[in-house]
Design a binder for this molecule. Structure first.
Ligand SMILES: [Ca+2]
Ligand SMILES: [Ca+2]
Ligand SMILES: [Ca+2]
Ligand SMILES: [Ca+2]
Length: 307
């Protein structure tokens, strides 16, 4: 067998094994005399395990983990170190979360400090570290409400917005947190745009449709979804006239008699308002009497006939 091929094979096995064994993401050598800063590397969020192996600690020198810029970042980390040893290990206390690092550009900041004796006037130098935490798509969109219910007047202007839904995806990069919206069923009355807004596309008519129901879906690029319901209730507006059920009403009255007319045919005079969703008061009046020498008065809406 070719010896070169054998070496190559062994190396591949060795690299594979080191990943599986959970080696630290980065290694460094501490500088207790002047401090320093270093990028540890990058890792996907959710990672748990060793982050950094710190070498070069002088026997007897103590080191500690301290915050750098973002005190909250230390909630993810702890330092494993025993006095007298020359290495220390920074490891996770809990899974790394990209969303918790949004203010820091997804960089986890910390510092390993040489913990000199303050009484001796030793300067404690920061050895600052940054670890890039890659965002994964571990959040789906979430609607701000499960039910959006609005009431809109039937005279609401066409081409204007009626209601807008909103879903937020908690991921920290646009690749993972961009949301697209869709709705069912489609409607002749509304268009639905990708900002989550329902736009009225034709005049509403309370007498035809009193409410609309939709299901909206918000989806991120990787197929995580949330749904919500939208209810649009139409409110009647006083835009229609009252109308009589008959064109003509008839009654007979005895000669030389003044009385109330209560045998109206085909039925007592009654008008109804064209607007069915609001209780508008209807008032009646008599425009003209013919022949003019007779007088008819109206007592809502019974007719009183007088000579
Ligand atoms: Ca997360
Ligand atoms: Ca994420
Ligand atoms: Ca997402
Ligand atoms: Ca109306």
């Amino acid at each position: 067998m070719d010896p070169g091929g054998l070496i190559q094979t062994c190396l591949l096995v060795s690299i594979g094994a080191s990943v599986l064994s959970g080696n630290p993401i980065g290694t460094s050598t501490i500088n207790c005399n002047g401090g320093g800063n270093q990028r540890v590397g990058a890792v996907d969020e959710g990672y748990t395990g060793d982050v950094e192996l710190v070498n070069g600690i002088t026997p007897g020198q103590s080191v500690k983990l301290v915050p750098y810029f973002f005190p909250s970042h230390l909630e993810f980390l702890e330092l494993s170190f025993t006095l007298g040893e020359t290495t220390a290990t920074v490891r996770t206390k809990k899974p790394l979360d990209a969303e918790a690092l949004e203010d820091a550009d997804l960089l986890l900041h910390y510092s390993v400090m040489c913990d000199g004796n303050a009484d001796e006037g030793v300067i404690k130098h920061n050895n600052t570290r940054t670890l890039k935490v890659n965002d994964l798509n571990d959040n789906g969109p979430v609607f701000s409400k499960k039910l959006y219910s609005v009431t809109v007047s039937e005279i609401h202007p066409v081409d204007t917005e009626v209601v807008r839904v909103n879903a937020v995806d908690g991921d920290s990069t646009s690749a993972n947190n961009r949301v697209t919206y869709s709705t069912v069923p489609s409607s002749d009355y509304f268009s639905f745009n990708n900002f989550g807004a329902f736009i009225l596309t034709r005049r509403l008519n309370y007498n035809l449709v009193q409410n609309f129901s939709f299901v909206v879906t918000a989806e991120d690029k990787w197929g995580l979804v949330d749904t919500a319901n939208v209810q649009i209730n139409v409110e009647d507006f006083d835009n229609l006239n009252p109308y009589f059920s008959h064109n003509q009403y008839q009654a007979y009255i005895q000669e030389n008699e003044a009385s109330s007319i209560d045998n109206m045919q085909p039925e007592p005079i009654k008008a109804q308002d064209g607007d069915t969703g609001i209780d508008m008061t209807i008032t009646y009046s008599i425009r003209a009497v013919s022949p003019e020498k007779y007088r008819i008065t109206l007592t809502s809406p019974t007719l009183e006939f007088s000579l």
